[in-house]
Ligand binder design. Structure first.
Ligand SMILES: [Zn+2]
Length: 235
């Protein structure tokens, strides 16, 4: 393994680094969270990344979506793929300029080791949740709402699913400061690296909540909600 990863191999192990190089990760949403997650996973040496988004960048995205600075004339998925190749020529980036729906979610997730929720609305999150439950793929969930952020790792058949606790997350226009989004995206990327490398203790079945205005951070155990339609019978 090359010099490039010499500072992180003591943490992820040489074997873990090989696993990262051989891994395929789906980044669902190329907004503020997605920009941070794709960048950190690319420089960490993830081998392949699928980048899913249906939008083109707008002026109001630029306080947090640094990938699109000065490049707003194409779909986010395509600009994101160019960016990923730029920061790591070792990462294969596959752009998918589309909206996640119940018909395409299985083919998007096909062959992926981990999916990362970088979405900004609950409707798409429920589609993603159903997809990972069906395909049996671990999901790193992250969300930001103003000064609040949260991250957890969902393992189908083992942990609570997104639908077990999702009603706590709001939808609609979400206020956001880029630096706060970066913290939550950084935690999501770290959890992805842990899941792939097998090193560390990921937030499997545990929800980390952070409040940036005071930096109150807490972690609670998540339990499956009895009768949840998202994961009932998936044990
Ligand atoms: Zn559930």
């Amino acid at each position: 393994m090359s010099e490039r990863y010499s500072r992180q191999i003591p943490l992820v192990s040489a074997e873990g680094q090989e696993r990262l190089a051989g891994s395929k990760v789906a980044i669902i949403g190329c907004g503020g969270l997605g920009c941070n997650v794709m960048t950190q996973l690319a420089v960490a040496g993830v081998g392949e990344m699928v980048l899913v988004d249906r939008d083109t960048p707008s002026e109001s995205d630029l306080n947090r979506q640094f990938v699109y600075a000065g490049r707003r004339s194409a779909p986010k998925a395509e600009l994101a793929a160019e960016w990923v190749r730029q920061v790591s020529e070792r990462t294969e980036a596959v752009p998918m300029n589309l909206e996640l729906d119940r018909r395409n979610v299985a083919s998007i997730l096909k062959g992926c080791d981990v999916a990362v929720d970088c979405l900004d609305n609950n409707e798409s999150r429920l589609v993603l949740n159903a997809g990972v439950q069906k395909e049996g793929i671990p999901l790193v969930h992250g969300a930001v709402d103003g000064p609040l952020g949260q991250v957890t790792v969902i393992v189908p058949g083992k942990t609570a699913c997104l639908e077990c606790f999702l009603p706590e997350i709001k939808s609609g226009m979400i206020p956001a400061i880029g630096s706060v989004v970066s913290v939550i995206g950084g935690i999501e990327a770290t959890e992805t690296i842990k899941m792939i490398s097998g090193k560390g203790k990921p937030l499997v079945g545990r929800l980390l909540s952070a409040k940036a205005s005071t930096w109150d951070i807490r972690i609670v155990e998540l339990e499956k909600r009895p009768g949840c339609e998202g994961c009932s019978g998936n044990d």
